[in-house]
Design a protein around this ligand. Structure first.
Ligand code: ASP
Length: 439
């Protein structure tokens, strides 16, 4: 089965590529689509236009013009692909539902609904609506088992089908969407229901790179990555896949293959539960990712470890302010509390005051322009000298390491550096593990 993202269905040219990909392999029987995305960088995604339309409705501003822009896009595709799915009738129905007070989720879901219909007609596949198959309870909670049961039953009746991503229905019949980017989740649910050999996720990049190409010139491609490694890396930065898309296929041991619609012969990146057997013994580091703007509060107190409840009290102060903790590296008498600058909402001063008062630390230091870099690889723990290589490289590059957190799983070393050192640190780590000697 294959899921195609917004850029892969952005216009008739992209849909022609999609068709070629689907027809190239008869196993591509179930196709999930996102709403059409951007055709060029200043373009609008259809889903964004739909949310905008709803905002117009809410403010009693005319929405007809936006609806026209959307319908023009779909009608152009219908004409260019030489098919007829009676879009005029569909748009008339959507318009009348909007006038009758349709919900935001209903409106937002129409991009996927319409493009799935078009794609099905173009491929000669059945159109199977996600409404009534992807289930939520009436409070909006996703219903895993019910969905799996309904998808299995319905899809067994269709040899080949196109299914819209992103939405389903509550048990009372109302349309309900996942969060943004949620078509990935639909793909994963369908892969599980049909017990697919692989969940192909077609997008506009050829999978993951070892490091961000904006920082490292021509970084190597990651051919295989485990779910755990991906989780560690995506926490730090750009992610190609919706996080919730991982669970359904991970449970059923179905690999996800990220592929590029614009470069279909490229094998992309495969995400698997267990990398043993996939990866040769050479690779130590799978990926390096970094993110800026963290704050670290480093607390030192002599005999801290002998003081019951110390860490709990420190954390409860943050809890009172509603601030989540990102990391918590510690040693015997110190803890470093790592927070995201974005989430601290100008409350830093108050928090520091309160910590000084309630914890009476021997010292409390704040570093407020920290970047974190995660160097990830499941096999790091089986290799000696990984930390030595990493810290040696940072030392040589003149990067001052302010914090180190090596999780107990040892598949991840996180270092904290000054924001301004992020790029040079990532380049240094990349070169140390992927420079000349590994080529
Ligand atoms: N169209 C939806 C969005 O833009 C869902 C998706 O693309 O996966 O968020």
């Amino acid at each position: 089965m294959a899921k195609f993202g917004g850029s892969s269905v952005a216009d008739a040219i992209q849909l022609a590529k999609l068709k070629e990909i689907v027809e190239h392999d008869p196993d591509r029987r179930y196709i999930i689509v996102s709403a059409p995305g951007k055709r060029f960088s200043e373009d609008n995604k259809v889903t964004d236009l739909l949310y905008l339309l709803k905002a117009h409705v809410d403010h009693n501003v005319g929405f007809e013009q936006i609806l026209q822009v959307i319908s023009d896009r779909f009608l152009a595709m219908e004409i260019n692909l030489g098919i007829d799915v009676n879009l005029t009738k569909e748009f008339a129905e959507i318009e009348s539902n909007i006038r009758a007070g349709a919900s935001e989720d209903y409106i937002a879901s129409r991009g996927e609904y319409l493009i799935a219909m078009l794609t099905a007609a173009y491929l000669g596949y059945d159109f199977v609506d996600s409404a009534g198959l992807i289930c939520f309870n009436n409070q909006g909670k996703f219903l895993d088992e019910e969905t799996n049961k309904r998808l299995k039953e319905e899809l067994s009746k269709h040899e080949r089908a196109v299914i819209p991503g992103f939405y389903g229905t509550k048990l009372n019949g109302e349309i309900k969407t996942f969060s943004r980017g949620g078509s990935d989740i639909t793909g994963s649910l369908v892969a599980k229901a049909v017990n697919a050999d692989v969940y192909e996720n077609w997008t506009d990049v050829s999978g993951f790179m070892v490091a961000d190409p904006k920082i490292v010139k021509n970084p190597k491609q990651i051919d295989v990555i485990s779910y755990k490694e991906l989780r560690e890396l995506s926490y730090m930065g750009a992610s190609v896949l919706h996080e919730d898309a991982i669970y359904p296929v991970r449970e059923s041991n179905i690999p996800i293959n990220i592929r590029n619609t614009n470069d279909p012969t490229h094998p992309g990146t495969t995400i698997v539960a267990n990398i043993d057997g996939y990866r040769n013994g050479e690779k130590i580091v799978t990926g390096i990712a970094g993110s800026k703007d963290f704050i670290v509060i480093a607390i030192y107190k002599n005999m801290m470890s002998a003081e019951p409840g110390f860490v709990r009290r420190a954390l409860s102060i943050l809890e009172d302010y509603g601030i989540p903790v990102e990391h918590l590296p510690s040693s015997i008498d110190t803890i470093s509390i790592v927070l995201s600058k974005k989430k601290i909402n100008g409350k830093l001063e108050d928090i520091i005051e309160e910590m000084k008062r309630r914890l009476a630390p021997d010292s409390l230091e704040v570093y407020d322009d920290m970047a974190l870099i995660a160097t990830v690889g499941e096999r790091m723990n089986r290799r000696l000298g990984v930390s030595a290589t990493l810290f040696g490289a940072l030392f040589k590059a003149g990067v001052n390491v302010r914090m180190i957190d090596q999780g107990s799983s040892e598949m991840n070393i996180i270092v904290g550096v000054q924001n301004s050192d992020l790029e040079s640190a990532i380049r240094a780590i990349y070169d140390a593990f992927y420079g000349q000697k590994e080529d």
